[in-house]
Design a protein around this ligand. Sequence first.
Ligand code: A3P
Length: 396
Amino acid sequence: MDIIEMTDEQGNWYKYKRYDGRPYVPLVYGNVKDQLQLLDSYEFRNDDVFLCTYPKSGTHWVHNIINMLRTGSMKHQGGHELMEFHDIKRLDNMSHPRTIATHITYNILPSTIKCGVGKIVYVMRNPKDVFVSLKCFLGLLKKNVYEGDTDGLLRIFLSDEFGIGVGGSWFNHTKEWDNAKSVNTALNIHTIKYEDIKRDPYGEIEKLAKFLETDSSVTFLDNIVKHIEFDRMKEEHTKSAGATEQWAHLCENGRLPLYRKGIIGDWRNMLTVSQNEVFDAAIKDKLSTLVQEGFPSDECHDVMRFENRQSGLQQIKSTGAQEVLSEMDDRRRREKNILVFGVKEQTSSDGKERKGKDEKEIEEMLRASSLPSEARKCVTKIFRLGKFDKEKEDQF
Ligand code: A3P
């Protein structure tokens, strides 16, 4: 195993563990190799439930739901013990039936689980909201894990070397689990979307109860719905549970700042248009091979569906999608546009002459720039964005 210390383009430092070609968050126990091997040979039980998620997808939320369903107790569970973060002996000390959380990517999941021992609950969330949740979470920690801004973190998040997950980036995690679901028929797996629990908690908890074969009576499920409501869980977390020794070095009172907003689509408040476009480009680029219906979020599907429509594969049926598509078409047309600042206002009264002068001036500016000649041909229209400010002439 290597400890990788990286400095991003803005000079922000961060570190992670690397083993066998994969990045790991430093919290993974020991030298990674031994931990993975021990987990691989561990005898999990058929009554174990594995909660598999990428960080910030709603792990604590679903953990509480599963726990309530399985134990019948409405007591809030402050934390979940990720199996890769601790000495393996902790697994033996857990009371049965166990609900074991993990952020491990599928390909490095322990063999017994891959062979179908136990049940798997896999939680997915729109990656843009995962990213925003993570960015805010890191900002609230006492000891900064990464001090860069949104641009900096986004660049790392979208790369394959993102060392906050366990064995891969959000994209690797999603692709491996998607593939696993389609090829490994031994898996007893139930998939939940964060957004679906938010929109229809009762319906999703009911499906989960059926999968876990627990009580699914209306009164019981209604009671759970009340107890897993965001404000209630947040309050419980700060008052009665949630503090652990484990996190004392990272956060106030040993409580992870987990309960932030708990909403769908907060990325719209945080990502700029260009950050969002970069995100979309990564989704198109990295998720085109996904096979599972509905994987991993509606947001990704909107982005991918646009791609499909371009190649005539799929029709858009949902209401309002046309607007989104025409906006995206428009954006695509503008994708290769080049903005040239500082083209002076031409004073001639002859439109043709003004156009000719503009073109000449732009051509000269582009020639002086480092743009290749093909790129220069992309200039097709001229818009002036406000009046040229003489005082700022030096800047151009
Ligand atoms: P936000 O930061 O977007 O608010 P995890 O447990 O995997 O670390 O995920 C944390 C995210 O789940 C946080 O997202 C948190 O607010 C959200 N979450 C936790 N409990 C929730 C609840 N009861 N309802 C909605 N969202 C919840």
